[in-house]
Design a protein around this ligand. Sequence first.
Ligand code: FAD
Length: 466
Amino acid sequence: MMTGEQYKKSLYDNRETYFEGERIRDVMKHEHLADCVARIAAGYDRFYKPGANAVSDLMAIPHSAAELRDRIPLLHESDIVANVTYQAIMTLTTAATRIADILPEFSKRILEYVRDAQRRDIRIVECITDAKGDRSRPPGKQDDPDAYTHVIERRKDGVVIRGAKLHITGASLCHELMVIPTKAMHPGEESYAIACMVPVNSPGVRIVDTTYAPRHRDLRDFPVSAKTHMPEGFVIFDDVFVPNERIFLDGQVAQAAIFAHSLGLWERLGGLSGMAEEADQMVGFAQLIAEANGLAKESHVREKISEMIIHATLIRAALEAAIANCQVTSEGAFPNELYTNAGKYHGAANYNLMVRHLHDISGGSVLTAPSIADFENEVTGPLVRKYMGTMNGVDGEYRARLFHAIRDMTADAFGGWKAVTNVQAGGGLYAQRIVTRRYYDLNGAKKKALHVAGIDMGPDGQKTGH
Ligand SMILES: Cc1cc2nc3c(=O)[nH]c(=O)nc-3n(C[C@H](O)[C@H](O)[C@H](O)COP(=O)(O)OP(=O)(O)OC[C@H]3O[C@@H](n4cnc5c(N)ncnc54)[C@H](O)[C@@H]3O)c2cc1C
């Protein structure tokens, strides 16, 4: 396993990263990336175990519902790149299990890679979302054939790929890029059915970063994003060579979607567990600010908070159902698809309403509360403390700190990131609707409806009268 120091050293590998028009020469000295590196390194130190065969508690494969559940608090306390690495490890394990009968060689290769990645204790990010060009057209019918990542050249020892994967969280701070097809492929699209592992410093890999990092350096005004922000990478594969031993799918169009579906399951479980935690936090903020404003007993405020409590409880229940109903195989424990997708959808689809309740209850100081430094200024400090206070026992700075956390979480750069991420990450609401419908027992529901209507089922299970 790696220590934090070893992780930091591993980043000096000539990776090609850009930010706002300039090449980043040293990620550890960059204004918006240095503290991300420090957080990832701290995570390494926290989970470090000596020994050649040691595996991080974050990277180990869960084998039961209890192990799936126990992993969640560890992930919540970890950085996003560690979370994504766990999801990548589980995606590969899930895909290997699902293709084992049809593509045993690739399945074996994937599982060997997983063991090796665990041993090397590397960080992996998920590169699935292609540039995609005209969304109404398939990969092979785009004006630009590179709109979806594809194989452009075949060599005896490997392939050369070209394309771009967008919105790749933490790409410039990881070691390897897990490249998988973004959706199902069809005959004629063989060159797009490519799954492989690419070291981030491979010649031709170029990453353009964006960030929702705090917009000034006094992090006390950004209590949420200061501890969580991570760069989002626009990852370009500008003719990148991939050796044979790192290829996990190559032209088998019928199996292309298995990788995306496997990733969707783990992405959405991660999203669901994150939303369960954040929903509780939002209830907490709503109640605290209502109390600080003197309105906790007001009926319309109580109703909104009750609605937020129901939302938080249902998300938590879906998470619990997804884990309790997991499928246990010899390769590991896999969360239940139906509850994972339905829960993630419900949480994401109703998130904005919960934010609206929180903003409605809180008032305008969510946006305008003076900074903590203003409380420390000898002229403004006593004045802002006086006027931000509301009653005996509610100090102005305490109330301002609540507002800063609410703004940072829901109404500033991180809040905007969160609002879009909730809807899009894990494949978007549309994808979650499709998967939920696929795993729901629709025939069972029809039978129940026929029974209630008093319409007989025929011996072959078909309804009579038609
Ligand atoms: C902050 C953030 C982090 C992310 N992290 C990662 C990551 O680490 N790795 C990764 O691979 N991806 C990541 N994603 C990408 C995420 O999965 C995509 O944003 C999502 O799948 C939507 O793709 P898109 O952004 O290209 O939007 P589009 O595909 O353009 O979708 C926009 C809308 O159009 C609809 N649509 C698109 N195509 C069709 C069609 N053919 N028919 C009907 N409707 C259609 C969609 O359902 C959606 O409603 C991240 C996204 C965000 C916002």
